[in-house]
Write a protein that binds this ligand. Structure first.
Ligand code: ADP
Ligand code: MG
Length: 314
């Protein structure tokens, strides 16, 4: 595209809240064949809230929630925030919150002196957290975390988790002293426009894909709800860029859209990286386009703009 065409398109984009970082990105977007969507915070609202807590041990619910919250308090992960908020509410109000009440929208829950001391905290990206409470190991995360740590998952727990996942929730398994003690279910609502945008892309001849670190069942349930057939789940943070490369192998032009730190290698690897404006700075930096209105509809706006700009100069 000529400098003038780029300037005009950049201006039109800006009016729609689509920030375009340069002419190359504008040009590449017109022949996008795949749009790879991150799940959490991109297809979903990124407002995780605990919906279920079930104890599978002698512990009472309050003890269980305080234990998990103590383990998760040092994690910055959205799932961890949801858990700490939920447990905090139960601790101070003596009842389970509904998902709106549970949000403290701040960090006060972490500093109120109600949490247990957690030692040797470590975050295991794509899996969960580990620490020690009362000298015993606490694990909170997915199946992979527990299995790799040598904790057995009883059949009744497995089927409870599978049920949560089939309704698009993420199941968080918790172990204390190498025994499974309970499960939490976390829901993150879909963005309203998600399904319509997927349909729109397909009409444009573009194939949507979902990539996530979350488990296969949850990923498939979300994909089903928005109408995506191609699912890549249980992808470790380092693996998202590999997924992009695999689509590029036959020369296809691939767009990636994401919001998280763990999306930034994939955003950089994609021919067209698109960041959600509300996403992390690292994602925004790695991207070619930034959607300032945080609406997925603007993915279509961005590709349309590129197509029209290139059509005009041919
Ligand atoms: P996403 O691609 O959805 O952003 P992540 O790679 O951040 O996913 O996490 C993948 C999975 O790892 C989560 O769905 C969850 O099962 C587990 N996990 C990660 N961090 C935590 C945590 N702090 N507590 C519990 N589980 C976690
Ligand atoms: Mg995300």
């Amino acid at each position: 595209a000529t400098p003038t065409a780029v300037m005009v398109a950049t201006g039109v984009g800006a009016n729609h809240g689509v920030l375009i970082k340069g002419g190359d990105a504008l040009e590449r977007a017109h022949k996008v064949k795949y749009v790879v969507f991150d799940k959490t915070g991109t297809l979903t609202q990124g407002k995780a809230a605990v919906t279920t807590a079930k104890v599978f041990s002698e512990m009472d619910l309050g003890e269980f929630l305080t234990l998990v919250a103590s383990a998760e308090a040092s994690s910055e992960h959205p799932l961890a925030r949801a858990i700490v908020d939920y447990a905090y509410h139960y601790h101070f109000f003596g009842k389970l919150p509904n998902s709106k009440d549970a949000r403290t929208n701040g960090k006060e829950a972490k500093f109120s002196g109600w949490l247990l001391d957690a030692f040797e905290f470590s975050a295991l990206p794509g899996k969960g957290v580990q620490c020690f409470v009362h000298g015993k190991r606490v694990l909170a995360g997915n199946r992979k975390l527990l299995t790799e740590s040598g904790v057995a998952i009883p059949a009744e727990v497995e089927s409870f988790v599978a049920e949560l996942e089939d309704s698009a929730k993420t199941g968080i398994l918790v172990a204390y002293d190498n025994t499974l003690v309970g499960v939490l279910g976390v829901a993150d609502p879909l963005k309203r426009e998600a399904a319509v945008v997927i349909e729109g892309l397909e009409k444009m001849g573009i194939q949507p894909v979902i990539v996530t670190g979350d488990n296969w069942r949850t990923a498939r349930a979300v994909a089903r709800e928005v109408g995506i057939q191609d699912v890549r789940a249980e992808v470790l943070p380092a693996g998202k860029a590999d997924v992009i490369h695999s689509f590029q192998k036959d020369g296809s032009v691939v767009a990636m859209i994401g919001d998280g730190i763990n999306d930034s290698p994939a955003l950089a690897a994609a021919d067209v990286g698109i960041a959600i404006g509300a996403g992390t700075d690292i994602a925004i930096e790695a991207a070619d386009y930034v959607l300032m209105r945080n609406s997925l509809e603007d993915v279509i706006t961005a590709i349309d703009l590129s197509r029209k700009t290139l059509a005009r100069i041919r």
